[in-house]
Design a protein around this ligand. Structure first.
Ligand code: HAS
Length: 564
């Protein structure tokens, strides 16, 4: 397993060994449709990203009719909302099928396809609105900027589609549990259910603001919008959104990576507990995105910041567990010395290399998050390019590289093909390009953010103000980084399609097993009623009084602003 060449040799050229069943066709088409859609979104979002980076660096003037903020909206929506959601749902369905019976139930498949069709329709409609310049509101669609009602309908389709996908997974999970009374569910399936539960609870916030605030306002039934309430409901959803991206990456780190490195999962109980803690604490923390906003009492900001620091704990547990897995597996292979285990990791295997680089980058990325969450330091970095740098390290590096690493085995698995050594090499090159691009882009974003350069801003030197002139070399470096990243996007998309034409053969689904010495998992961790009740209580505690305050002491509301 650790030497990619020997593995390919064993399984390539159409060899069929006893006991390997080809991946079922119907499940494969569900998984592939989601993954391919995700990578098309990545490509289109990448083009927008390249152009906007060159504009901001002062290296390109857009032809008439295309706006910088229009590109920024397309980039954010397609990368942050569409690429991630489609990839995650495809990946989770693959593992749900694999671990809960080997196939999806007919009803699950119907939920999955309904979800796919609704989400795809939402994406197409939303993209058309953005391209027509009728929805240049960025991916956070902050009021009082107003998009066409069709953009909000597109969001509804995207969210309702994702609900259908979530219901499908829950349906299959419940069926499995009925058939396996008293048994602990497979770790992958458990984690998928936590992820989708969190998503279902979190998206209620965005559904509420879109249905009850944005749609009535954009069709003219009401003249004004309560801006503070809409932002609060957005961030009620917006923070767990980032964990919706992160949890599937953690699933890969906990469950898949141990198998790929030839080791074992350090502890099933620890992995489940960290997911439960993420479920509990990822939602009632949205105020840490609104620390600089007026209208929210400092007491409630303080409480949500405390909860934010609670949500850091499961990430620290994850780091501990990963180090343990790497070290134990290295020592079993004979590694000596304090860091000898690092040398025996399978560095030449892209299925390990890409997610590992994601983990490594998550150390500084997470540290940046902790800085953001500290109220006083948030005053320094809020609304600067530092924040853009933060999320390009977290979601666009740690998460994206992990998703790429997953694609390098998931596509061969579902297409009954093998990853050839040549593709593996291209994958490693693609990962290195991504890292270099991100170094050029995200590093300067952090630095120039500290010098005060604002985020969400087109090219300007503010009448050659000395501060703004000082920022320019950083913006040029960001543009160079963005260009390298675009080349890496092209290579990734090429690799995806190349893998679908790779030689036929067996690629097993790499699910790790738990180490023999791990403690047994307490049944309590799968008592959903308990955890959902605590989530609800925490949300009510963190949000009830501030939200009542925002409604009862609402300002006059804002009329429509179309700033583009
Ligand atoms: Fe964040 C803003 C705080 C994590 C994404 N964040 C954002 C935005 C995005 C985002 C998209 O408190 C901007 C939204 C916008 O458009 O306005 N963030 C945090 C905190 C964490 C955090 C406390 N963020 C993430 C993750 C994201 C993400 C994950 C995406 C996936 N973030 C904030 C705050 C803001 C914010 C404020 C608002 C800023 C503002 O003012 O606008 C924590 O969850 C981070 C915890 C992570 C760790 C790291 C653990 C390390 C691990 C790796 C181990 C490595 C190994 C390999 C084992 C503590 C697990 C090493 C091996 C060797 C051999 C060395």
């Amino acid at each position: 397993m650790t030497d990619p060449k020997s593995k390919y040799a064993a399984s390539s050229a159409g060899a069929k060994s006893e006991g390997h069943t080809p991946y079922p066709r119907q499940e494969a088409s569900i998984v592939l449709s989601h993954i391919i859609f995700a990578f098309i979104a990545l490509l289109v979002g990448g083009i927008a990203g390249l152009l906007q980076g060159l504009v901001r660096g002062g290296m390109l003037t857009l032809p008439g009719g295309i706006g910088y903020y229009q590109l920024l909206t397309a980039h954010g929506v397609l990368m942050a909302l569409v690429f991630t959601t489609f990839f995650i749902i495809g990946f989770l369905y693959s593992g749900i099928a694999q671990t809960l019976g080997g196939k999806l139930l007919p009803a699950t498949r119907r939920f999955a396809w309904l979800g796919f069709v609704l989400m795809a329709a939402g994406t197409v409609l939303g993209t058309i609105m953005i391209l027509q310049n009728k929805a240049t509101v960025l991916y956070t669609f902050y009021a009082p900027m107003q998009a066409s009602v069709l953009f909000y309908i597109a969001l509804v389709l995207l969210v309702v589609g994702s609900w259908s996908s979530g219901f499908g997974m829950i349906y299959q999970y419940r069926y499995w549990r009925r058939k396996h009374q008293g048994k602990l569910s497979p770790l992958f399936a458990f984690m998928a259910i936590v992820t989708m539960l969190m998503w279902l609870i979190a998206t209620l916030g965005v559904a509420a603001t879109v249905l009850f605030q944005f749609i009535p306002w954009s069709v003219g039934w009401v003249d004004t919008i309560n801006v503070m309430l809409s932002r609060t409901l957005f961030w009620y959803f917006g923070h767990p959104l980032v964990y919706f991206w992160l949890l599937p990456a953690y699933m890969c780190w906990y469950v898949i990576i141990p198998k790929i490195i030839g080791g074992r999962i350090f502890s099933d109980a620890l992995a489940r507990l960290s997911f439960i803690l993420l479920l509990l604490f990822s939602i009632p923390v949205g105020f840490h995105h609104q620390l600089m906003e007026p209208g929210i009492s400092p007491v409630w900001k303080y409480i949500q910041v405390v909860l934010t620091f609670m949500v850091v704990i499961p990430s620290l547990m994850t780091a501990f567990s990963l180090f343990a897995t790497f070290e134990i597996s290295g020592r079993e292979k004979g590694a000596k010395g304090l860091f000898g285990w690092v040398k025996v990791l399978p560095w030449k295997d892209v299925r390990f290399f890409a997610p590992f680089m994601g983990m490594l980058i998550f150390i500084p990325a997470g540290a940046g998050g902790i800085i953001n969450a500290s109220h006083q330091m948030n005053g320094v970095i809020h609304n600067t390019l530092w924040v853009t740098g933060h999320f390009h390290l977290t979601v666009a590096t740690s998460v994206a590289l992990t998703f790429f690493g997953i694609a390098y085995w998931l596509i061969p698995v579902v297409t009954n093909r093998v990853l050839t050594p040549a593709m593996n090499r291209l994958g490693i090159i693609q990962t290195i390009l991504w890292l270099i691009g991100m170094l050029f882009m995200s590093g300067p974003m952090h630095a120039v953010g500290l010098l005060g350069s604002p985020r969400r801003t087109a090219f300007t030197t503010y009448n050659d103000h000395p501060d703004a002139v000082l920022w320019m070399p950083y913006h040029v470096a960001m543009a160079i980084g963005g260009t390298i990243l675009f080349v890496a996007v092209i290579l990734m998309v090429y690799n995806i399609f190349a893998m679908m034409r790779a030689p036929r053969g067996e690629t097993p689904y790499p699910l790790g097993e738990v180490a023999d010495q791990a403690e047994p998992t307490p049944k309590l961790l799968e008592r959903w009623r308990v955890w959902i009740a605590i989530v609800v209580l925490l949300i009510l505690f963190a949000y009830t009084i501030p939200v009542i305050d925002m409604v009862r002491h609402a300002g006059p509301g804002s009329p429509t602003w179309i700033t583009w």
